[in-house]
Design a protein around this ligand. Sequence first.
Ligand code: ADP
Length: 455
Amino acid sequence: MFHTIGRRLAILNALVVIAVIAAVGLASYLYLARKIETQADAELRSRSSSAVQLWTDTFLTANDPGVVTFPADASSSEDSDDDDSDREEHDSDEDEHDDSHSDEAREIVRSGDTIAFAMNLQGSIVATLRPVDIEGLPKSDSVDRAIQGSIVQETITLDGERVRLRTEPVLADGDIVGAIQVGMGLGPNEQVLDFVRMSTIGGLVLGVLMAVPSGWLLAGRSMRPIREAFARQRSFVADASHELRTPLTLIRAEAEYLQQSPDLSDEERAEGEAAIVREVDSMASLVSSLLQLARIDENVPLASREHIEFSDLVEATVSRLEPLAAEKGLTLRQDDRLAGGTVGDRAALQQVLTILIDNAITYTPPGGSITVRSDRKSGMDVIAVMDTGIGISQEDQQHIFDRFYRADPARTRAGGGAGLGLSIANELMKAHGGRIEVESTLHTGSTFTMVFPSS
Ligand code: ADP
């Protein structure tokens, strides 16, 4: 289950990284492309107006009936010697130098130089800025639209290179006398675009290569506490089921025995029934401990908060448990001087103290003694329960606050504990902002101390 979640998180992480890189790359690409076109348009506008000025006379003569001037630009004079030849003648001249011309044309487009054509009202070229023919130029449909009065701005592709074109009408005394088309290869500027495109693709590849393993690693790390909590919960359920099954098995065995033995004496039958009641009681107490832990796990706040004098708390608890201690041949006493106090839930703190004294009674052999004292030292309030019992090894001291942990399962089962007392007591103390400390020496005795936060 955690594997699948980890994989999904890793994929999600990669998708987010890819989406971010792609979005940033695309936005930069579109922004730059737009900027390049805007700059090219501004450049073309100024080139166009200077070309119009340069060629104004040409337009006027070109539109006189029967006169075709071709080409008129100084730079294009070397293009053709015969000024009187028509367009077709010019084209056939070009065929002979086709290869060198098309190379030159490609170079002009690629270098980002400006190209310009002037057309008369019939759409025939009357002047060019460059001495070469560039296939596809001038773009005749745009020229037609310019002669109709429109300004056309567009980007076309020539020989794999993008070229920005501006075609506009030329006016003389308010009348359209021709059209001018200026173009500029976007190649040099587009190197930046290529760079953005390549770095976006590179970023995407790198993003995938890095985001998947790093996502996997992060998912694994962030899920560790969840995995541990899940494992704890699972073993808690398993332990609880096991603890409940034991008394249930005993109850069933006892009940079956009573059922199948009609000849039992009244005394024997009463003994069997008492055993069943004992097991039911132990189950009931286990179930209420489990419910209490479940409530603690939900972080239910303390039921009440009142000022509690430790002397009251200790006296009440000790006097309630004294008969139990006496029954086991133990001396349970409280210190003469009980000091200290806290603000908290009286019932909860009474339960903690009861658990500690109850354990001391359980784990102290007959003849031993248990002393309860309370104190306030250097601003710290404590209640300590000291016994002369069996003690707890260093190793076990690390685990006694774990749920269902028993230092000696065989013996403690007989004593009736399910290993939940200290964990409940510890949680209740944590809810008060305090803790339980333990000091113990095997075969000598133990001291459990309830430590409250300084008041
Ligand atoms: P239990 O219900 O078994 O008493 P606890 O959580 O109260 O469970 O205690 C956990 C374990 O800690 C006990 O099983 C016991 O082994 C050990 N323990 C607790 N208190 C004492 C004590 N006063 N002296 C010796 N061992 C103790």
